[in-house]
Design a binder for this molecule. Structure first.
Ligand SMILES: Nc1ncnc2c1ncn2[C@@H]1O[C@H](COP(=O)(O)OP(=O)(O)OP(=O)(O)O)[C@@H](O)[C@H]1O
Length: 681
């Protein structure tokens, strides 16, 4: 029986109405149903009290000590009872709106409950209660699968239906991987893996099931990716005549020597620009590693071959900073740099556009203002985008159409693991700046509870007394403006009082570009001592005299963001401090803060962040272009991805793959590929 085509309609209990509700979940065939995997599992293994973590959902056998009491608030009830767990330990059980259970909660009765543990109050907020042996047995699975379900079709009901489908069609579940491969990597048969996903016997069972399914998914993905690349039209780049000593000339005019990593990246870029292939290179640098100079080198190289460059940044402040640095470094070569943002005056804009078209401008720096139709280059040969994941997919490609196959350099201050880079950006080459310019000192990071604000302020005051500056950041979402400014204003008002005698200023997303720029400039020039800000300072601001960073409600930020923020200090010769003020949170929140305290390596932090938050959140964007997998996790399962990649490459080159019947399912999968799947830009 072909499960791909078998409707769920044939399953016991599924009539026309159920069919519709299942279809709403995207389940049409039995194959869909079998592959509708839980999005998480509830850990139902009974653990001793000592192993319970605060905030964790736990399952435990408990003996009632006394009877339950009920309190009412309006129509809502709260029922409490003392419970004995693990022998003699007493804890409190609380049931919300479940007063109907009261008559069954009798003194001395043994029950099995599942609920959330509050360690401080020694209290379990109970969500499920099992009274008799059969109920307990039913509930007694080590991992309870939880499915994305609908009101009409609950998670539990879905689970039952899936188990029925497995029972009935176990032998119909086909094998898609050839035997040789399952043997080589000791992968279990697909049917066993599917069964284990829906009802794992233990943790190892689940692990093996996930491994098998992730392998298959990744292999398919890689096969499709490679096959597609082999058949697509490779855009040809334009060979640039770059003088042989281009790097030597560039370096000779710099205010300091390049780091080894910068030098390597520059060499790679020069090689790319000389080549016939269009450059698609990702420059990944940890905070403060000096990406700008490398980007400017790329512009200089394009210039030396007679081409113009465009450098696009996600915010005005950052574009302005790049522009200033471009003027400082590139003017020594007689290069003309111009700035184009939303706040450039019409007159200036008009003259810039004219000069651009007449090739009097060599580097155009700006925000997405560069993308408008009337921005026309005479001879655009290089496009540099900073933090390109902040731009929409369509925005990124517009800039490229302004030249004839221009080379592309993407800067990223969010270090991401290599596998992820490959998955996100596809076929790019990667240069990594994993080294800081000489003379930098490590940043001392401390985590305080919010109640220790005073101590943080003392650290700020000490730095100010030595003529240094400080950043204070309060949590916000750039877009939600009313809330944000209120929070920042609060902190600002308090600090203005407490730091009397120093100049304290406020910076937030609602200010005009001009206001922001004025404040940043004043801060850069040392006229402002303390900058209280929202995350608008997040990207790229470079003020070496700032040595203290205090972050309020640090638990609300992602790790990558905290790392970015912290990277604003420690950019000069003085020692710097970062204070994370955080509310005590759950384990994940604590783990995040600890990671920040322990390491300053952006790549290590990025991996941790991905592990704790998931890739979508890490990049902060839904449109990140990350491929979604049902089971595999591009971060946690990086090794599997690497193996799948190698296998896919080898497979496509082997006769066996193209000729042997056992590879047929994989061959079929390749040909059913929608092409746009790989046009990311
Ligand atoms: N090789 C070098 N030696 C000394 N200083 C350098 C070197 N390269 C860059 N710098 C300086 O280091 C500072 C940080 O460089 P840059 O702003 O390019 O960092 P970045 O990689 O963009 O980091 P971030 O993403 O944190 O902004 C700048 O002041 C820059 O002038």
């Amino acid at each position: 029986m072909n499960l791909d085509h078998a409707s769920v309609r044939g399953l016991p209990g599924v009539g026309p109405a159920k069919e519709v509700t299942l279809a709403a979940l995207g389940i049409h065939t039995i194959d869909d149903l079998l592959h509708y995997f839980p999005f998480r599992y509830e850990d139902r293994r009974i653990k001793p009290l000592a192993a319970w973590q605060d905030g964790e959902r736990i399952t435990v056998r408990a003996t009632l000590d006394g009877t339950a009491t009920i309190r009412w608030r309006g129509s809502k009830s709260m029922m409490s009872a003392r419970l004995r767990v693990d022998g003699q330990n007493l804890v409190l059980g609380t049931w919300f709106s479940q007063h109907y259970l009261k008559s069954r909660l009798t003194d001395g009765r043994v029950i099995t409950i599942t609920g959330k543990w509050n360690a401080q109050k020694r209290l379990i907020v109970v969500s499920e209660t099992s009274f008799d042996a059969s109920e307990v047995q039913r509930a007694n699975v080590p991992f309870l699968p939880v499915y994305h379900a609908s009101k009409a079709f609950g998670s539990r009901q879905l689970h039952q239906l899936i188990m029925k489908a497995i029972e009935r069609h176990y032998n119909d579940i086909p094998e898609r991987l050839p035997y040789a491969l399952t043997q080589k990597y000791r992968l279990r048969p697909l049917r066993d893996a599917i069964k284990a996903m829906h009802r794992p016997v233990d943790a190892e069972d689940l692990r093996q099931a996930r491994r098998r399914l992730a392998f298959e998914e990744f292999l398919m993905f890689q096969l499709q990716l490679h096959w597609f690349r082999q058949h697509r039209h490779e855009p040809k780049g334009i060979e640039k005549r770059v003088p042989g000593d281009v790097l030597g000339t560039f370096v000779s005019r710099l205010p300091a020597a390049l780091t080894e990593a910068q030098r390597r990246a520059c060499e790679e870029i020069a090689r790319d620009l000389r080549g016939t292939k269009m450059m698609a290179r990702l420059l990944q640098g940890d905070v403060g590693s000096g990406k700008t100079w490398v980007a400017l080198f790329a512009c200089y190289t394009a210039y030396s071959a007679g081409y113009q460059s465009a450098l696009m940044a996600p915010t005005e402040i950052l574009a302005e900073q790049h522009y200033r640095e471009a003027c400082r470094i590139l003017s020594t070569f007689g290069m003309e740099a111009r700035l184009l943002t939303g706040s450039v005056s019409t007159r200036e804009r008009t003259s810039t556009l004219q000069d651009l078209a007449e090739h009097k401008v060599d580097v155009l720096v700006g925000t997405h203002a560069l993308l408008t139709d009337d921005v026309l280059f005479a001879k655009l040969g290089l496009v540099v985008t900073d933090e390109q994941h902040r731009f929409g997919v369509s925005q990124r490609s517009v800039l490229r159409t302004k030249g004839e196959s221009p080379d592309v350099l993407m800067l990223s201050a969010t270090p991401i693991p290599r596998t992820l880079a490959l998955a996100v950006y596809g076929d790019v080459d990667v240069s990594v700046l994993n080294e800081l310019p000489r003379g930098r000192q490590p940043i001392k990071t401390v985590a305080y509870s919010m109640s220790r604000e005073e101590e943080a302020i003392r650290i700020v005051r000490r730095a100010l007394a030595q003529g240094q500056q400080a950043y204070i950041v309060a949590p916000t979402i750039e877009e939600s403006e009313t809330l944000e400014t209120a929070a920042v204003t609060d902190v600002f008002n308090r600090l203005t009082d407490k730091l009397a005698g120093f100049s304290v200023s406020l910076l937030h997303g609602r200010m005009s570009a001009k206001e922001k720029e004025d404040i940043m400039r004043a801060f850069r020039d040392g006229q402002i001592h303390v900058l209280v800000s929202t995350t608008v300072i997040e990207v790229g601001i470079d003020v070496p005299n700032a040595t203290v960073m205090v972050i309020y409600n640090a638990e609300r930020f992602g790790l990558a963001q905290l790392h970015q923020l912290r990277g604003r200090v420690g950019r000069g010769k003085e020692a710097s401090t970062c204070v994370l003020l955080a509310e005590a949170g759950n384990e994940t929140a604590k783990a995040r803060i600890q990671t920040m305290v322990q390491t300053q390596d952006g790549f290590a932090i990025a991996e941790k962040d991905l592990e704790l938050r998931g890739p979508g959140e890490f990049l902060g964007v839904r449109q990140s272009g990350l491929p979604q997998f049902a089971v595999g996790d591009i971060v946690r399962d990086q090794n599997i991805m690497t193996v799948a990649r190698e296998e896919a490459t080898a497979m496509l080159q082997s006769d066996e793959f193209w000729l042997t019947p056992s590879y047929e399912p994989l061959r079929d999968a390749i040909s059913s590929l929608p092409e746009q799947a790989f046009y990311r830009d």
